[in-house]
Design a protein around this ligand. Structure first.
Ligand SMILES: NC(=O)c1ccc[n+]([C@@H]2O[C@H](COP(=O)([O-])OP(=O)(O)OC[C@H]3O[C@@H](n4cnc5c(N)ncnc54)[C@H](O)[C@@H]3O)[C@@H](O)[C@H]2O)c1
Length: 340
């Protein structure tokens, strides 16, 4: 079985590759453009963890992992259709997991073009390549942000998602719409996963866990928006990875509710109030935070809260890692990697 994982130098893509490599029957190709949205050294360090050395990376030649002979990596941008098409022709992937995207809600306010390029043009290229190479199942990252500022919680897949509160969310909603049209027109089996605030080791430095932990260690104030009155359905990386890998063999077919198309929430279903989250971080670090209370930020949501009953029914999904267990695991990694 051959799987393409895009965004494999990113937080979630890296963990997906790591888990998929535990299977003997699987050959993985990873691609990433190694964008400079955040420190590229973290991306190279994740690749190094998977046996891909920075000095060997190329867009045209496969860099084979020194640890896993069944994993190879290319530096490819998914918005480069010709290069992507050649890759698909060379490998004939059975499955594609698309995690490559310009992430981040706040950055999208001032950098809309980067989101259109990677998340819309790039995603469209993924769809075209999957269509022409008869991929058995495309699983792609959508986001809890598609629910906008919905007052109705928990968020269920049946809820209206027509009112995105940021351009980032609008591009994720576009992914679902584009995927639907390809599933409908070309019988391309596709599954969108609406991910809820993912955290854990090797996480993203633009997200609260790393920003806050760093500030606490350095005695700097942490910026607490909406005066702390926000809640997030923090979901540990292993639960997200298990949800995505559990869905991979479950390609939607002609008998599904929308033939060949489906979307699922993957979350923890236990929203945590921001001030409680900070308290757990303080406890794990053993130090108090200095909080700078600020008003609500443009594009932000008050609460995210996943209803995961559909996924539970479909693949017996059950998140296992509570925030009380997950944060200390994250801090262990933070101490090992970020404090060096
Ligand atoms: N982390 C979360 O909490 C979260 C929540 C909801 C959805 N998501 C989505 O999950 C996916 C993975 O997120 P992540 O947290 O791992 O982010 P990440 O930024 O760590 O990983 C994304 C990777 O994609 C790469 N990339 C960006 N544009 C690309 C392009 N045009 N071509 C090739 N590679 C490109 C980046 O270099 C990066 O390494 C993204 O689609 C993101 O929008 C993440």
């Amino acid at each position: 079985m051959r799987i393409l994982v895009t965004g494999s130098a990113g937080f979630i893509g890296f963990h997906l590759v790591k888990k998929l490599l535990l299977r003997d029957d699987t050959e993985i190709v990873g691609i990433d453009n190694i964008s400079s949205y955040y420190d590229v050294n973290l991306k190279y360090a994740r690749l190094q963890e998977s046996g891909i050395s920075k000095d060997d990376i190329s867009p045209d030649k496969a860099t084979v992992s020194s640890l896993h002979p069944n994993y190879c990596f290319y530096q490819i941008d998914i918005s480069d259709y010709e290069r992507l098409y050649r890759l698909f022709s060379e490998y004939n992937f059975d499955y594609v997991i698309n995690m490559a995207a310009q992430a981040g809600v706040r950055y999208s306010i001032d950098h809309p073009g980067e989101y259109i390029q990677s998340n819309v043009v790039g995603f469209m290229n993924i769809l075209e390549c999957c269509r022409h190479h008869k991929v058995k199942h495309l699983v792609y990252a959508s986001s809890s942000s598609v629910y906008g500022n919905s007052k109705q919680v928990p968020f269920s897949e049946q809820d209206n998602t027509d009112y995105p509160a940021s351009l980032y969310a609008a591009t994720k909603k576009s992914n679902e719409l584009l995927a639907h049209s390809y599933s409908h027109l070309f019988q391309l089996p596709s599954t969108g996963v609406r991910l809820f605030t993912v955290y854990g080791p090797w996480g993203r430095p633009d997200m609260a866990p790393i920003l806050f932990a760093k500030a606490i260690y350095e005695d700097q104030p942490i910026r607490v928006f909406n005066h702390g009155d926000l809640s997030r359905d923090f979901t540990y990386i292993d639960d997200i990875v298990n949800g995505i890998i559990g869905l991979l063999p479950q390609a939607p077919g002609k008998k599904t509710e929308h033939p060949y198309y489906q979307v699922f929430n993957i979350g923890n279903s236990k929203p945590v109030h921001l001030m409680d989250f900070i308290a757990i971080l303080e406890q794990s670090i053993g130090k108090k935070a200095v909080c700078q209370m600020l008003p609500m930020q443009a594009g932000d949501l008050h609460i995210t809260y996943a209803d995961t009953s559909r996924l539970q029914e479909y693949i017996q999904y059950a998140p296992k890692v509570s925030i009380q267990e997950g944060i200390p695991l994250f801090i262990d990694w933070f101490n090992d990697y970020m404090m060096k």
